[in-house]
Design a protein around this ligand. Structure first.
Ligand SMILES: [Zn+2]
Length: 254
């Protein structure tokens, strides 16, 4: 089964992405793509909950993206309440790359740490762009173990430390274009690999157009080439990894 462990289905509702969710849902349904739709804030979570009602293949998750952390720093109680409503948590983490204003980093760390404290027994999807070392430090401090590092693009040394901690890595469309991404995938053991699209905006930033769910197939093909396996084998590996990580706690279409 194809699995997209990190995308943003609610964003297809935005004008920028054409407001066409039906063709997206059709692709998911037709190709049986198990799809984890992550949220950047509470509004996105509510939208994702609604979308998930339309397909058994969609799992909605609550999260606050580091870009939105400063809006939540004084709403810790409501964060805790929302975390309880979500089996998987995402997108959370730190971003020192796209966020240039350093005065916002303390709020990012504060909100990330609230999530980490509340989610020791949950699977979390973590953004680490430009903040890989700090993200690892906080993950270790709070002893979170069910960790998916989303779109890792940092240095090889921190990657090795994250592998040692037992984290999983969701690999996305960037491996089709970047040698550094290919090198990263080479280093990640097969039993820790997951797949993602970061649709629709992630692929847009590297390919110039919005991604559609079926893009996950290209990601699988690319990983298969790098790992010298067949696409079928990679699909199975990812399915096994996802089941092991989530321990089948989810209402599952497998
Ligand atoms: Zn994302």
């Amino acid at each position: 089964m194809l699995i997209d462990t990190h995308c943003h289905l609610n964003m297809y509702l935005h004008k920028r992405f054409g407001r066409d969710i039906n063709s997206v849902l059709n692709q998911i349904q037709k190709n049986r793509i198990l799809t984890v739709t992550t949220s950047l804030d509470e509004t996105a979570f509510r939208q994702n909950l609604k979308i998930a009602k339309k397909s058994k293949y969609i799992i909605p998750t609550f999260g606050v993206h580091p870009w939105n952390a400063s809006k939540y720093v004084n709403k810790i109680d409501s964060l805790k309440r929302l975390i309880k409503k979500s089996y998987i948590i995402g997108e959370i983490g730190l971003d020192y790359f796209f966020v240039k204003d350093k005065s916002k980093y303390a709020a990012q760390r504060r909100v990330f740490e609230v999530f980490l404290k509340e989610t020791r027994n949950k699977v979390i999807s973590v953004h680490t762009k430009g903040a890989e070392k700090d993200a690892l430090r906080l993950l270790k401090r709070h002893r979170n173990k069910k960790v998916i590092i989303h779109w890792y693009s940092g240095d090889m040394g921190t990657l090795k430390k994250m592998i040692k901690e037992g984290y999983y890595f969701s690999v996305g469309p960037e491996i089709m274009f970047s040698d550094h991404s290919k090198k990263i995938v080479k280093s990640i053991p097969l039993k820790r690999i997951l797949t993602e699209t970061d649709n629709p905006g992630g692929p847009e930033s590297i390919m110039g157009k919005k991604g559609m769910p079926i893009l996950i197939k290209n990601v699988v093909v690319e990983i298969a080439q790098i790992k010298k396996k067949t696409s079928r084998q990679i699909e199975k590996v990812v399915e096994d990894n996802f089941k092991r990580l989530t321990e089948c706690i989810l209402p599952s279409p497998f």
